[in-house]
Design a protein around this ligand. Structure first.
Ligand code: AMP
Ligand code: GLY
Length: 385
């Protein structure tokens, strides 16, 4: 069978690489892909990002199923478009993807269903937001409501920093429409863990835990990023915490089946947890696989990812038991200087072959491209895993 993976990051390289290992798979197209997916055996890049053109391609090529990596096409309704044309696709609809694309929507959902999370309020009026911060004090967390590629959260250790973040989002329009509303929530202290499950509309299939490191610099310093490095499993998660996280994800998946998605949530539900002294609490939901979490979770997965995804897409996850290698996986992100702010592109990358030849090393590409001379160059903020 032929498959289609949407996206161009390290996560998509890892997903396509893993799917292509299935004996059932003839080819995995990656749209638009990167330099890594361009040269990996069994993969082929498709330079298309328009959703209608992607659906045309899937129909024409007889794609068995499409897997969506990033949040932007989910929020733009790619799943609705494919489903309307009878094309099999793994991911939530646009309405369901609001669990990630609107933090206000996600917090209201959690509150409605009694899912443990930090107390919060939402604001569009800067004066009211400033007043709330003055009342609550610091530390406090200011979040742009919409999608901001992991950069729309300011963990403010002082009231001044919180006021500045409000001004940046509501008055400075740093995140455009995504920051026209802000969620301000209580600061939670603890270690973080990412727990990603597949959802078939109602039931969950849990994957291995991983711990992403969101701060730019060593020792958790610097601004938040999309994720600078990750390992799996997460040894600090106790059995009791794990049981709570499973139960929170089951509760959340069951809730999506009622209000407001009416059994529509199919795909990955990513729980970003803070392990607080009162137990795990949800920091955020994402509507997809994590990046870079996928790069360490998939190499530990035993079995055929294609069979797993088909079972979930067809609503029979009870047919599947996931098992995980007891080996460890760790991934370090190499980023362009300046990321998560502005950075230069087009720098030549050398030495990857030597890295790849090391025992136990896999190089996943993210922001890479080939220049007209066939040289490997940087083409994004997060470049390599
Ligand atoms: P989010 O996109 O909402 O997960 O936020 C991005 C990152 O900001 C999280 O992974 C945490 O590192 C941090 N963060 C978010 N919310 C809080 C909170 N309530 N307390 C402390 N840190 C937070
Ligand atoms: N690494 C965080 C995310 O995928 O959202």
């Amino acid at each position: 069978m032929k498959l289609l993976v949407i996206g161009n990051g390290g996560r998509e390289h890892a997903l396509a690489w893993r799917l292509a290992q299935s004996p059932r798979v003839e080819k995995v197209f990656v749209a638009p892909g990167n330099a890594g997916t361009a040269v990996t055996e069994g993969l082929e890049n498709l330079p298309v990002t328009n959703l209608d053109q992607l659906a045309d391609f899937a129909e024409r090529e007889g794609i068995a199923f499409t897997l969506v990596g990033p949040e932007a096409p989910l929020a733009a309704g790619i799943v609705d478009k494919f489903r309307a044309r009878g094309l099999r696709i793994f991911g939530p609809t646009r309405a369901a993807a609001q669990l990630e694309s609107s933090k206000d929507f996600a917090k209201a959902f959690m509150k409605r269903h009694g899912i443990p999370t930090a107390d919060y309020e939402s604001f569009t009026d800067p004066a009211a937001a400033h007043e709330y911060v003055a009342k609550k004090g610091a530390p406090i967390v200011v979040k742009a409501d919409g999608l901001a590629a992991g950069k729309g959260v300011v963990v403010a250790m002082t009231e001044d920093a919180a006021h500045e973040a409000i001004d940046m989002m509501l008055e400075g329009h740093t995140f455009g429409n995504a920051g026209a509303r802000v969620v301000i929530e209580d600061f939670l202290d603890g270690e973080e863990a990412s727990f990603i499950v597949m959802v078939d509309g109602e039931n969950i299939l849990p994957m291995a835990t991983s711990q992403d490191h969101k701060r730019l610099l060593d020792a958790d310093q610097g601004p938040n990023t999309g994720g600078m490095g990750v390992y799996s499993p997460v040894p600090i998660v106790t059995e009791e915490e794990m049981a709570t996280m499973v139960s929170i994800m089951e509760q959340s998946a069951a809730a999506t089946a009622k209000d407001p998605f009416e059994n529509d949530y199919r795909g990955c539900l990513y729980g970003g947890f803070m392990l607080t002294p009162e137990g795990p609490k949800v920091l955020e939901f994402n509507a997809r696989f994590g990046d870079p979490e996928t790069q360490v979770v998939l190499p530990r997965l035993e079995g055929d990812l294609v069979n797993i995804m088909l079972a979930v897409a067809e609503g029979r996850p009870e047919d599947i038991v996931l098992s995980w290698s007891d080996k460890w996986a760790v991934s370090v992100v190499l980023a362009s200087e300046g990321y998560p702010g502005s950075y230069e592109k087009g720098k030549v990358i050398l030495g990857l072959e030597e890295a790849q030849d090391l025992d136990g090393v896999i190089v996943f590409h993210a922001g890479t491209a080939l220049n007209p001379d066939g040289e490997l160059i940087t083409a994004g903020g997060r470049v390599l895993n």
